[in-house]
Design a protein around this ligand. Structure first.
Ligand code: UP5
Ligand code: MG
Length: 200
């Protein structure tokens, strides 16, 4: 008997646009599991004996993108460990290399539902990340120098990925420049359009 493929929603948007915040809510109310590529990389960086730790730290600090072999392996392993079959893959794919790697590793073993894309001004995103850094996030990239690089990479490498999925009719745009509750209302509406409804 054939089993349904795991379903994936990619969650993209600028640094600080609220991907993680909204994914946490979607886990609670929409029954998805949240796989943040950035969190998985930060965990791998902390794992004793990881051969990738130094490379990951340097890439994160410089706002550059880790080679897809590393990131995709972490995502696939996390999906295998999970109990659910619906995943929010947050912050991935971020460039052409990520896209190719995902197609090779997962296009036949998962079903992409859509791409949730958070649009938020650079000023607001920067303010949020710097405030988080000032409040003691401990993230080595929540500083002005890293943020400039993160934004450069986002515009140069990640927006073309969004455009690619837009051409396939898969992008669901959300104006994320509002308070988290209002943004989540819009997120729920996108999922409801796809036939996925929230629990109270
Ligand atoms: N906040 C959230 N929503 C708000 C709202 N509506 N109003 C006011 N405040 C709001 O939110 C950021 C901050 O803003 C928080 O303090 C939050 O409370 C507040 P968050 O939900 O964390 O936003 P998010 O978009 O998740 O921001 P994040 O900083 O995580 O985005 P990045 O995309 O920069 O970070 P990520 O962890 O995905 O990646 C980090 C680095 O890892 C990358 O730069 C890259 O070097 C590397 N990476 C890869 O190489 N490959 C990958 O596939 C993924 C990452
Ligand atoms: Mg995040």
């Amino acid at each position: 008997m054939s089993r349904a493929l795991p379903e994936v929603v990619f969650v993209l948007g600028a640094p600080g646009s609220g991907k993680g915040t909204q994914c946490a809510r979607a886990v609670k109310h929409l029954g998805f599991e949240h796989l943040s590529a950035g969190d998985l990389l930060r965990e791998e960086r902390q794992r004793p004996g990881s051969q990738y730790a130094a490379m990951i730290e340097q890439k994160i600090r410089d706002g550059q993108i880790v080679p897809v072999e590393v990131t995709c392996a972490l995502i696939v392993a996390a999906m295998r460990r999970a109990t659910g079959t619906r995943f929010l893959v947050d912050g991935f794919p971020r460039n052409a290399d990520n896209l190719t790697g995902w197609y090779t590793a997962c296009s036949e073993t998962t079903r992409l539902l859509f791409v949730l894309f958070f649009e938020c001004s650079k000023e607001e995103c920067s303010r949020r990340c710097l405030a988080r850094g000032a409040a003691g996030s401990g993230r080595s990239d929540d500083n002005e120098e890293s943020l400039l690089k993160r934004f450069d990479t986002y515009v140069k490498d990640t927006l073309p990925v969004v455009n690619h999925y837009d051409e396939l009719g898969l992008v669901r745009r959300i104006n994320a420049d509002h308070d988290p509750d209002s943004v989540f209302e819009k997120v729920k509406a996108v999922f409801a359009d796809a036939g996925i409804f929230s629990t109270p």
